[in-house]
Design a protein around this ligand. Structure first.
Ligand code: FES
Length: 104
């Protein structure tokens, strides 16, 4: 198992996301009711950063065409996007947010 530090909890805004580029991963972090979630920061419809969308509860709205994704699961909730985005395992230790990668 590999851990990669992504951010401090305090870096993650309440009403949008935080984009983190690290080790070839482009991840959007979100804070929902005090918990932190990570999904791929690229809309499955076209090129757009989901971290730049508006967060409503656990749903992020793509800033380009308005598809919404569940930040807990990566599931797509409405058109025009039809495919989910990847969900990443993240953990919080103290004020630090880590990406957890299983060894292949
Ligand atoms: S780029 Fe996200 S809905 Fe079109």
């Amino acid at each position: 198992m590999t851990r990669i530090r992504l951010a401090s909890v305090g870096d993650i805004p309440d009403e949008t996301g935080l984009r983190v580029d690290t080790d070839g991963y482009r991840i959007a972090l979100f804070r929902v009711e005090g918990d932190i979630y990570g999904i791929a920061d690229r809309c499955s419809h076209e090129e757009a950063s989901l971290a730049e969308g508006d967060l409503f509860d656990d749903e992020i709205e793509c800033p380009k065409h308005g598809s919404e994704f569940n930040v807990r699961t990566g599931a797509v909730l409405n058109l025009p996007a039809t495919e989910p985005v990847a969900r990443y395992d993240v953990v919080v230790e103290g004020d630090d947010v880590y990406l957890i990668l299983e060894e292949e």
